[in-house]
Design a protein around this ligand. Structure first.
Ligand SMILES: O=C(CO)COP(=O)(O)O
Length: 241
């Protein structure tokens, strides 16, 4: 049985005060959440320490939005895995399209980050996906296949989550049709050596489409951006039927 994993990626949103307010609204909803569902919050680095303390004893796990590949060093602005582990982080998003698009992330650096995360015992959430232009040109399969081939060199698939995030569906309200997301996720799975890797869908996941998305047999969860910022909305997603 593959695990169901629902993660909120807060991107560059929420101060500490705002994240504390979120938790007080969100945590009580988790009493209704089926116990085998994994729930993860990935706030900005500056919120991690405070949220980690507030989550103590709760069933929510903590994730970061990036990690550097060295243990420490002269890398201004970067964060290393031991720093995350010490404050209770267990997961880390790697290769998000916003990192690839705006911060020069390449398949080579994604691979280095994945290796470092696993070396220190963090479970990476690897993001892959195509642009609108690539989809229109019929390149979806080849783009994703290349990303997987390059990103997953020497990666242990027993400790890995993948998120299929079509770039054109992120933050646009233009969700990928659930059957199409299911098809692409099936293709991703066919390229993996471990059939148990959870594969999430991400891109305009909302309370009104989560049920349909989670009905698809290949989809093992969601990586949620905008709709994870508001307690009731994220609770509705986590507690999908
Ligand atoms: O990028 C995403 C999650 O990592 C998706 O963002 P939205 O849910 O805001 O479209």
């Amino acid at each position: 049985m593959r695990k169901i994993v629902i993660a909120g990626n807060w991107k560059m949103f929420k101060t500490q005060a705002e994240s504390a307010e979120f938790l007080s609204g969100f945590l009580p909803h988790l009493e209704e959440t089926p116990s085998q569902r994994e729930v993860i919050l990935c706030p900005p680095f500056t919120d991690l320490s405070l949220i980690s303390k507030s989550l103590h004893g709760s069933r929510v796990n903590l994730g970061a939005q990036n990690v550097h590949w060295e243990e420490n060093g002269a890398y201004t602005g970067e964060i290393a895995a031991p720093m995350l582990l010490e404050i209770g982080v267990r997961y880390v998003i790697i290769g998000h399209s916003e990192r690839r698009q705006f911060f020069g992330e390449t398949d080579a650096t994604v691979n280095l980050r994945l290796k470092a995360a696993q070396k220190y015992g963090l479970v990476p959430i690897l993001c892959v996906g195509e642009t609108k232009q690539q989809r229109d040109a019929g390149e979806t399969e080849s783009i994703i296949s290349t990303q997987l081939k390059k990103d997953l060199v020497d990666i242990d698939q027993a400790n890995l989550i993948i998120a299929y995030e079509p770039i054109w569906a992120i933050g646009t309200g233009d969700t990928c049709e659930s059957k199409e997301a299911n098809r692409v996720i099936g293709l991703i799975r066919s390229q993996l050596t471990n059939p148990l890797v959870p594969i999430q869908y991400g891109g305009s996941v909302k309370p009104n489409n989560i049920d349909e998305i989670m009905e698809q047999p290949e989809i093992d969860g969601a990586l949620v951006g905008g709709a994870s910022l508001e307690p009731d909305s994220f609770a509705r997603i986590v507690n999908y039927q």
